[in-house]
Design a protein around this ligand. Structure first.
Ligand code: SAM
Length: 353
């Protein structure tokens, strides 16, 4: 097992190829780092899936604009406020607002209005993460000024050729524009988060090692990455014969998380919901291997079925309360505590300030 402070692509490939025996050493190392730098505390972001209306056509995503079978919705202001109140009353510390992408002035001002409302009703107590896609610097600034302070925009893959393969519509998708958006998020003052999908068709271990180096070079504050899971109503479903098994994608995700914790010790790492779609305790395992953020879904239950990014998305038939009861039990099962009432900001960001 590699033991050095600066990591090269070949070292990362070794880590990602670790067999069952070497994997134990990898996970032990990442756990040691997490325990000493992050502690056994997990922080929550109550996830509000604001809207599944989307202008993008990502080949893998169930809510891509070309999927005519998706029943489109946008939560009302009142529904969003109720979600935020739920998070506040249950001491979540933070919420995350995620949505299909829209860039029209109405959407932008609606989000600004909601952010101001949530800041006011929580007396500034709720931290706010946004995951609302590519926007202009001006929009990012407007949302930062309105009270959000963390932003997650996945690069999806750092490999340009693979990016083009899964986003072939050049009028809508552009790798350089996505990179520019990441820079603008940071410029606007946000804690910067990005991430990738793991186990995409055509993706190699070398690509994933490059993804880790990309995250390190960008010096991100937080990462949300998870397994790619096929959705039968998307064009990428046709390439399912090229996929690793779900278990292989899961194992690779754990190794990505552990390796990332080793090379970026003090960042926040999300235990992605997609892990739970493959393994009922996939998120708990991810926390054992280096993740420290959970995003319990607090979207009203009747909308969740329409925010199906991939097949078998967990908890679509539940309400926020079901998620809440289960989260405490799940965390105590692995000896972790929830940092209630805390924002749980990225130490990487706060250490740099
Ligand atoms: N529109 C925003 C954006 O582009 O960042 C946020 C919403 S988007 C649906 C959230 C994330 O879902 C994407 O960044 C992507 O990584 C993930 N996702 C979409 N389809 C997926 C799939 N089939 N399997 C796993 N993750 C998927």
């Amino acid at each position: 097992m590699v033991n050095q402070t600066s990591f090269y692509k070949k070292d990362l490939i070794t880590m990602l190829n670790a067999d069952e025996e070497d994997q134990i050493i990898l996970f032990k190392k990442s756990k040691e780092i997490t325990d000493s730098l992050i502690g056994n505390k997990v922080h929550l972001r109550g996830l509000i899936e604001y809207s599944n209306v989307c202008i993008k056509d990502c080949l893998y995503c169930g809510i891509q604009k070309s999927n005519k079978n998706t029943q489109r919705y946008t939560l009302s202001d009142e529904e969003v406020i109720q979600c935020a109140l739920y998070a506040l009353e249950h001491n979540y510390g933070s919420i995350a607002i995620q949505s299909g992408e829209r860039t029209d002035p109405l959407f932008i001002s609606k989000i600004t209005h909601l952010l101001k409302g949530i800041k006011k009703l929580s007396n500034g107590k709720l931290g706010i993460t946004l995951s609302l896609g590519e926007q202009t610097l001006e929009t990012y600034k407007e949302w930062f000024d309105a009270g959000a302070h963390r932003y997650l925009l996945r690069i999806e893959t750092s490999n340009r050729a693979l990016y083009s393969k899964i986003h072939p519509n050049n009028d809508l998708h552009n790798f350089d524009k996505r990179l520019e958006a990441l820079q603008n998020i940071r410029k606007a003052g946000f804690q910067l988060g990005t991430g990738v999908m793991i186990g995409l068709p055509h993706q190699t271990i070398g690509n994933l090692a490059d993804d880790l180096l990309f995250l390190k070079a960008l010096d991100v504050d937080m990462v949300g990455m998870g397994p790619y899971i096929e959705h039968f109503e998307t064009p990428l479903f046709e390439a399912r014969h090229l996929l690793k098994t779900p278990q292989e994608r899961l194992d690779l995700t754990f190794k990505m998380i552990a390796s990332l914790r080793i090379i970026m010790k003090d960042i926040n790492i999300v235990a992605a919901t997609a892990l739970q779609a493959i393994d009922k305790i996939g998120r708990e395992k991810a926390i054992r291997y280096g993740a420290n953020i959970l995003m319990p879904n607090i979207t009203p239950g009747n909308f969740r079925n329409n925010y199906k990014l991939y097949q078998d998305k967990p908890c679509t038939d539940e309400n926020a309360n079901d998620c809440n009861t289960c989260i405490d039990a799940r965390m105590s099962m692995i000896g972790s505590k929830i940092g209630y009432n805390e924002w749980g900001d990225s130490k990487h960001f706060t250490n740099l300030k």
